[in-house]
Design a protein around this ligand. Structure first.
Ligand code: IVH
Length: 707
């Protein structure tokens, strides 16, 4: 079942159970956005939306401190380093900044510092006020004056080793200047690309058919994280030094003194950095820089205020992932007005239909914007879809004049429709009910904003993803046929649907042997692995089909209930009539319910899917699931596995438990009978103790099931 979403409920009104669910949702959402932003250089929400998620998470945690998750976004910054680069552990963590959005937040910030340091009202605090560069933060480690490592921030603890790439940058000295350089000297700052360089790069990329970047920040990140340092060398990247990590000794006792030292050592430091002495002066600095923002050569998304005295910085310290001695004062989002020429529907890898607004090109904050995501059907019906009831006439229509915003210079969004400029002929947009990629029905579930294509197995937009799932470890588990091979065979049009896998040997053996990396032996092994899977157990087959909401557990439940694929298919067909007994039966199987049941019905309703399955069944033999033992000591019991298991994988453990008639659950409750805990068990173990649930070691568990 899809988990509930309580995002509409104000923090003050949340019950503890709802708060817990919200913290889970927020951890997941923020984690997903972090990954898109930090690892893929392709953010999918605006800074303002992202900040709102973080703010809500912090507010819930403040109200329910007992519910703070170990993986809470408040305990980490950024995202783990992506694969492809070696990891570097930062000797001092690379943290983030808290945000101020208005005057009040700045006053609170200064007030907090005064109280913390117990300063008299007349004691002056000097701040270093500087632009907040919208780039990529970087840590440069120098030992005895020589550059040894360059690392991205990553998740703040571990970043990516980009030394080879950074060494190609003119803006980063290989050797520090001056005689008084500390033995270990970690310089931190921001890599950026200027706006003209970004536009020129995109032009070159467009001509060469390469990647187009949404903004200068993404182009700097993308250029830095190239596999080939020669590509980085060809990209004009700048660097401003403004901070530090490990230092064997500090060459100054103020922030401004440190920046002077960086300057003398050979770095660029930002020329707009100034000393400021009061809240009023800070606010004036913010206004001044904001008016100059558009004319600056590089993107900035606010200003940063830092307490200048380092002894005070030291005393103030940090609150989780941000310093008490600094704050980022953000700028209001930049806006522009333009006309919506068309709405195009894109089909994502999971079948989600996303409407994209095609705009009359317009410059927003120095970047040309031509596309704007319209997110989903409801967003078009009521701009922003922010929980307000759908307002008559406040929808988005082709021909409308829209106000566009690039909050924090991320992906543009629609702020409003200029109704006065609406052409008389403009009609409300009718969202397609068929997938534009394959023509299958696109359906929307009751509690979901997204409309999805149901042509999973035949939809070109989803095929590769589906095939990957099909061959994955818990599905057909075909050795030698991983993501890379699937992608390659799909591009060659050798494998477009599951049945093609089993035709590969007959149809493409010769051609495959011509491919690089496919010798006689590996090809023979691959075909042997494929043929070995011509017999497949029913639950694996059901899971492999990639029916929405049908993961491994639900696949097992369905397999056990229906016993054969034929029975499942017949039942799904009959259940298309919601009044039928078949529908009643399907949706009342323990653990299934209407959401999953409806997805099963939709999947089998699609003729394309039925045909593809027919072809597949011509190639394979389906075995029933192993019979469940009802006389075992754990029959009917609920078991939760947690921590690291040493003698079996978690999947194996669950499968064994289920075969012996137990239910393997994901979370601990009063109803849990056993928790099997391995080393590193955390909150689930604590839950078990709270509810008085019996806790077993892995060995005790093995002994129990052996009896
Ligand atoms: S100071 C302890 N100063 O903004 C954190 N950061 O939102 C020290 N940034 O991760 C950061 N300009 O990547 C600092 N003048 C500046 C900055 C700046 C841009 C970035 C930096 C940081 C992020 C926090």
């Amino acid at each position: 079942m899809a988990s509930k979403d309580y995002s509409d409920i104000a923090v003050g009104d949340l019950t503890p159970a709802q708060a817990k669910a919200e913290l889970l949702r927020l951890a997941f959402e923020i984690g997903t956005h972090d990954k898109r932003y930090y690892q893929e250089d392709a953010p999918s929400v605006t800074d303002a939306e992202y900040d709102a998620l973080r703010k809500r998470n912090a507010a819930i945690e403040a109200k329910f401190p007992d519910l703070i998750r170990p993986d809470s976004p408040s305990r980490r910054v950024g995202a783990a380093p992506s694969r492809g680069f070696a990891k570097v552990r930062h000797s001092a963590p690379m943290l983030s900044l808290d945000n101020a959005f208005g005057e009040e937040d700045v006053r609170d910030f200064v007030g907090r510092i005064r109280r913390f340091l117990k300063l008299d009202d007349d004691e002056e605090i000097v701040f270093s006020a500087e632009p907040k560069i919208d780039g990529v933060s970087l840590s440069l480690r120098y030992e005895n004056g020589e550059l040894v490592t360059a690392a991205t921030r990553g998740d703040g603890t571990e970043g990516e080793d980009v030394t080879a790439n950074v060494k190609t940058m003119k803006a980063v000295p290989h050797k520090l200047k001056g005689r008084k350089v500390p033995e270990v000297c970690e310089v931190r700052g921001e890599i950026y690309m200027t706006k003209p360089d970004f536009l020129a790069l995109n032009k070159r990329q467009a001509e060469a058919g390469g990647q187009i970047f949404a903004n200068p920040r993404n182009s700097a990140a993308g250029s830095l994280r190239q596999k080939d340092p020669a590509v980085t060398a060809s990209r004009p990247l700048g660097f401003f030094a403004y901070g530090w990590g490990e230092m064997s000794e500090l060459p100054a006792d103020t922030q401004s003194g440190m920046v002077k030292f960086f300057d003398a050592a050979g770095f660029d430091t930002n020329p707009l950095t100034k000393a400021r002495h009061s809240v009023e002066e800070l606010l004036a600095f913010h206004r001044d820089i904001e008016t100059r923002r558009a004319k600056l050569d590089y993107d900035i998304d606010g200003v940063v205020y830092k307490v200048d005295r380092l002894d005070w910085q030291e005393r103030l310290g940090f609150v989780s992932r941000t310093p008490r001695w600094a704050i980022a004062h953000k700028f209001a989002a930049e806006r522009a007005t333009t006309v919506l020429n068309d709405i195009e529907i894109q089909v994502g890898r999971t079948g989600a239909l996303t409407p994209v607004g095609k705009l009359e090109a317009v410059g927003v904050g120095g970047v040309i914007v031509q596309n704007v995501s319209l997110h989903n059907e409801d967003y078009i019906k009521a701009i922003g879809n922010d929980g307000e009831p759908i307002r008559e006439g406040r929808d988005i229509r082709i021909g409308d004049t829209l106000i566009i915003q690039r909050a924090g210079d991320v992906i543009p969004q629609v702020v409003d429709v200029v109704i006065d400029k609406r052409p008389k002929s403009a009609k409300p947009y009718k969202f397609p009910e068929k997938c534009p990629a394959c023509g299958s029905h696109a359906v929307r579930e009751d509690d979901e904003a997204v409309r999805r294509c149901t042509g999973g197995l035949i939809c070109p937009a989803q095929q590769v993803e589906r095939l990957r799932l099909f061959v994955s470890r818990n599905a057909f588990d075909i050795e030698g046929l991983g993501e890379k091979q699937i992608q390659l065979f799909f591009e060659k049009k050798w494998i477009e649907e599951p049945a093609d896998i089993f035709q590969l040997e007959k149809k493409h053996r010769k051609a495959l042997l011509q491919e690089e990396g496919f010798g006689e032996i590996s090809v023979r092994n691959l075909f042997a692995a494929i043929n070995e899977r011509r017999r497949i157990v029913l639950n694996r087959l059901i899971y492999a089909l990639g029916i929405r909401h049908v993961g491994e557990i639900n696949a097992r439940i369905l397999a056990r209930h229906y016993g054969s694929f034929d029975a499942l298919q017949k039942a799904a067909k009959a259940a298309a009539d919601k009044e039928s007994e078949a529908y009643q039966d399907l949706t009342t199987i323990g653990g299934i319910g209407e959401v999953v049941g409806d997805a099963v019905v939709e999947f089998f309703k699609e003729k394309h899917n039925r045909d593809a399955i027919g072809r597949l069944l011509g190639e394979i033999e389906v075995e029933p699931m192993e019979a469940v033992k009802t006389d075992s000591p754990i029959a009917g019991k609920t078991v939760v596995f947690t921590g690291a298991l040493e003698k079996m994988t978690r999947d194996e453990a669950k499968a064994t438990a289920e075969r012996l008639g137990a239910k393997a659950a994901g979370s601990v409750s009063k109803k849990t009978d056993y928790v099997v805990a391995g080393p590193g068990a955390g909150s689930k173990l604590a839950e078990a103790q709270k509810h008085g649930v019996k806790v077993l070691t892995e060995d005790e568990w093995l002994k129990l099931i052996a009896t």
